[in-house]
Each structure stands twice: as structure tokens, then as C-alpha cells.
Design a protein around this ligand. Structure first.
Ligand SMILES: [Zn+2]
Ligand SMILES: [Zn+2]
Length: 211
């Protein structure tokens, strides 16, 4: 599988483009800004965008999706507990002090942890990891985990926004993500990639080095 990262939008949020080489199916995870570079890459590979997945509903992860839907007619998926945040995009922008009239995505569908997405013949599994937001999820595709704002390189997502809970975040990381294999690569919503094994040891909040 091809994985390309783009840093987009108002606060450099990572968007990930996944392409299955066999079928040329493409999926985007978190489109927080201008779609044009992502579209160029999709076209360069001769791939077809099937849908957009969201790790959670914060504005910086969804801001490019309405524009993208004007170019490629695809649905947007988000966990059922964060759907309200998508609808509240204008309010979110206002609250964070951004003057921006971008519309929320349309054709928004919801999922739960039980749902399994597909890219070509590969499965994209959902791990519900509430804490940063109620509907925060990580997507696991083979040995790749797309962790949104739940788990970062040596850090974790903030829990002081509306709907956040450090207790839930702690449970999500310790009892779900840290049960995964050490050699899984973690692709977070901001900054650099890491691995589950590295974070189990070195994470500033939950790494074993800090106990
Ligand atoms: Zn966030
Ligand atoms: Zn973010």
C-alpha cells in the first residue's frame, strides 16, 4: 500500500492518502486543507478516490472536505459521536478565532467501532479511542495505525477542549493502542510518525520510561 502525507490547512494537519496498488483504490484520511496537491497525487498514480475517513471532528481535520467534494463526489465518514462537530464547523472556527467561511462537508455518513472499511482487498479497522473528542478513532490498515489527535510522537492529544476527557484518553491509549504490536507504524494527525513500541517506552505521558 502506498501512503503519502500532506501537511494542510490552518495549523499544518496531516492528511494521509492511501492507495492500493492492485486495484488503484484511494482513500484519504483527514483532509484539513487544500485538496489540489492530494488530487494531483491521486491522478499521478491513476487512482480513484473512494471516500474520505475522519479520525475526529475538529475543524483542522475536515476543512478541505467540502471543496474536495466539489471536485470528486465522494462520501465523508466520521464516528457517530463526532458527527455533531462536523455540523458545527462554523462554530468551531469562530471559537478558535479563525475568519473562514468554509462549509462543512456534505454526504456525511457515520460509523462505529464495529464497521470495517475496505481499500482494495485490504481491511481498514476502526479502533474507537475517545478522550481527545468523544468520537475520536484510530484506523488500522495492516501494520499502519492512523491515530488522529489521540497519539503523537512522544505525546498525546489535548483533552481540554469540549468533550475531552483525560481519563478516557488514558484508557484508550493504555488499554487499546498499547495492546497492539510494537512494530506498527503510527501516523498521527500532527507532526512526525512513530511506532507503538517506541511510544510504549518513550511517550511522555504513558511510556514505561516515565513510571
Ligand atoms: Zn483534534
Ligand atoms: Zn488536530
Amino acid at each position: 500500500m502506498i501512503i503519502e502525507r500532506f501537511q494542510l490547512g490552518l495549523i499544518a494537519t496531516n492528511a494521509y492518502l492511501l492507495i492500493d496498488e492492485d486495484t488503484k483504490d484511494a482513500v484519504v484520511i483527514d483532509l484539513g486543507g487544500d485538496f489540489s496537491k492530494v488530487k494531483e497525487k491521486i491522478d499521478a498514480y491513476g487512482a480513484n478516490l473512494k471516500y474520505i475517513l475522519n479520525t475526529h471532528g475538529h475543524f483542522d481535520h475536515i476543512l478541505g472536505e467540502n471543496d474536495a467534494q466539489n471536485i470528486v463526489d465522494v462520501p465523508v465518514y466520521i464516528h457517530e459521536s463526532d458527527k455533531i462537530m462536523v455540523e458545527n464547523l462554523p462554530k468551531q472556527l469562530e471559537r478558535f478565532g479563525f475568519v473562514n467561511n468554509t462549509l462543512p462537508p456534505n454526504n456525511v455518513k457515520t460509523f462505529t467501532e464495529k464497521d470495517v472499511f475496505k481499500i482494495g482487498n485490504k481491511e481498514i479497522n476502526v479502533i474507537h479511542t475517545p478522550g481527545h473528542t468523544p468520537g475520536s478513532v484510530c484506523f488500522l490498515v495492516e501494520k499502519n495505525l492512523f491515530s488522529g489527535d489521540t497519539l503523537f510522537y512522544t505525546s498525546v492529544g489535548r483533552t481540554d477542549f469540549e468533550g475531552g476527557s483525560f481519563k478516557q484518553l488514558s484508557d484508550s491509549i493504555k488499554n487499546k493502542l498499547f495492546l497492539l504490536d510494537d512494530d506498527i507504524t503510527v501516523y498521527p494527525g500532527h507532526d512526525s510518525k512513530t511506532t507503538i513500541g517506541y511510544e510504549k517506552k518513550h511517550n511522555c505521558y504513558f511510556g514505561s520510561d516515565n513510571y
